[in-house]
Structure formats: structure tokens, C-alpha cells
Design a binder for this molecule. Sequence first.
Ligand SMILES: [Zn+2]
Length: 424
Amino acid sequence: MLTGCRNLSWTFFSLTSRRLWTRQSFKSRAALCSSAFSSVLHSLPSSTHSHHILPSRQSSARLPPSVNFSSVHSSGLMELKEVLQVLEQLAPLSLAESWDNVGLLVEPSKPRPVKTILLTNDLTDAVMEEAVAVSCDLIISYHPPLFRPIKRLVQKDWKQRLAVRAVEVGIAVFSPHTSWDCVKGGVNDWLVGGLGSGQVSVLSQVLGAASHSHKLEFTVRSAEELNMIMEELKACDGGTTLQHSGSRPDSSGIHVSVTCCDSALTPSVQALLGHGTPSQSLTIVKLEKPPLLGHGQGRCSVLDQPVTVGAAVQKLKSHLGLSHLRLALGWGQTLESSVYTVAVCAGSGVSVLNGVKADLYVTGEMSHHEVLDAVAKGTSVILSDHSNSERGYLAVFRERLAVRLPDSVTVVLSKADRDPLEVV
Ligand SMILES: [Zn+2]
């Protein structure tokens, strides 16, 4: 996550130019995402953890069907749009937070086969130079290099300069960001896995798309009246989404339940109000969207093998490949205190971790006062610096991506990419 991302959502309402697409996008996101839940779960990487559900966030997602690439790369070469389809399978963009700016951010005007993909946490000047040096065709930058609206492309702004450079050298730029955070088996599952196996739950659940948003319950006096009303209701939504069930008739009539989509609600209610018994018995229930199990921001793990705080620090150093971490001991805790539960959120995770009851928080960065709040509640905090809590996942993703691509495509990890902060 980006620092303060959750506070930036307003900027997107005025977003005028989020992506530099120099030709028409190959497919709409909606088309890519039209899909069936079961096929996606099949295609997503499996996690070593089991998941259960905690309170959900208000967003919705659709997951893509599996795509058979056997015919796609019969030539041995892959086009950008085909690589994007593979990326979509690994982490559907619809899982990303609504404030985020994910997907294809720079699309070259001259299509060319994708032979080299460079994975980086951040697209900096150094990484761009590296991309050019290795003749990269596609940069996958976990953080979106274009995030806020832009009204010009000038050299004095480093992000605009990089976007111009990408266009000039014909390199596509893609950012998955929070779709990688949220996907089952993604960044946060990788991060929490550093403490060992456990019973893992999602802290901020992603919700699926629901075609039926409301249920109308009412009573009719006879089968004839039911048939007449159902014909009227079908006309309200074109007969495409309506589903209904009815009970056996009893002394009060037939109890009917109809589910409908948002757009059909008002005309359906109007139709029912035109009938005596149905209008008097009408109840409207708003339906919850189904949770996408295992997908969402942050993870909490009840560890199979509790560890001491000191051991947790050592495990995370090893997992993240770092020689130093920052630790704040919870009130009353020592390095020998046991950690039974750990809550993690890669990047700047306090908005997700806030209020979560756990022995230990792990994230990239928290402010002084946020750390004090956690410590006062007896929760220890380990901070790694922002991107150090994310970058290690690139190697995991590289393996998952490489096995889904033909031999003509090389996926490399950036050597120039690093957290800007270092211990001196
Ligand atoms: Zn981040």
C-alpha cells in the first residue's frame, strides 16, 4: 500500500488522465473480469494457510475465468495483451482498492512481442535505466508510477519524466499494486508466512459482485394473481435477472420471494403497489454481497507454533532479507514474551491494522503516534520500512509468472530497485 492511500480517494473523482494509452486498449476491464468465481479460485495460487472471514469492506470484485494459452503462443512470441491476460489470472485487477490506479499505465503505440519483463517495487530513474539497458518490453511496477492526476508531461517532475521516457523507448508499464495485496496467496499472505504457518484470516475482506441486490417478499391470494404479478415484474427488468420462489398456499395465501437487481427495484415495487395483498405484505430486504474468501487487505494469523518476540524479529529478518528491523515492544512485553497472533499489512498498513487485536503488528511504516497507540494496548510492532515489507514478494511472483509464459519471455527482478531508506 502507499502511505495515506486511503485518504487520496477524492483525487480520483477529478482524475482526468490516469493512463497514457497511445492506442485503444485491447479489452475493457469489464470484459476481462466477466466471471465465474469457481474458475478463478482454481486458477489462483494456493495458499499454505486456511482462511476465514472477518468484517468486510465496501467494495466488490469479479474474478476472471481461466484462459487457455495453448493457442496464444503457438508462434513462440507473446503480445502485450496476452501477458496482461496472464497477469489478470494471477491477480484480478478488480480486487484492487477503489482509490488505486492499477493496470496498464503506459501502452506503446507500436505493438511488439514481449520478450523481457522487468519486475520492480518502484519505478525510479535507476530502474528505468536498467529497463532500457536490458531491452525490457514491459515493466511491472508494484507501486503505480502514475497515481495522481496529471495535466502535463514535463521533465522537471520525475514521474512525468519516467512516463515520457517509457513512451519514447516503447516500454509498457503495468502496475498491480493493491490487487497483489488483496489476492489470496499475494503480498500479505507472503508477508504473514514469514512468521510460520497458522490459521490465517483476512482483515479487510473483498466482496464479490452481486447481480441481485434486493429481495422482495410479499403474499398473493392465488396462483392466478402470482402469475399476473410475475409477468409484470419480469417486464420491470427485461426478464433477465429476476428469480423467485413461492410457498405452498396456506390460509393467508402464497408467500413469494423475488430477488432483483438495483435497476429493477423501483419499477418492481411500483408494480407490486398496484396490487392489494402484495402491497400490504411487501417487505424489501437489501442483500449483502458475497465475500471472496481469502481475498482482501491485511492478514491475521493465529500461529501454529507461537514464537517469542525475539524469534519473530529473527524470522522476519530472514524472510525479508534484512539485517535490521525496528521493534517497539508492547506495554508489559519483553523479547521473551510469546507471540500467538500476528497481524500484518504490507507497506503503510495502519489503516488496516488499527483496532485489530494481536500480540504483534508487522508492516512497513507507522507514525510515532500510531506506534504509541499500539504499544499502549500491549501490541508489539515491527517496522521494516515501507517497500521492504513488499519487495520480497516479487521473487515469488516471478516464479508464478514465468511458468505461465513461453520460453520466449524472460522475467527478471530489478537490481536497481531498493527502499530509499537505509540504516547507516
Ligand atoms: Zn506500498
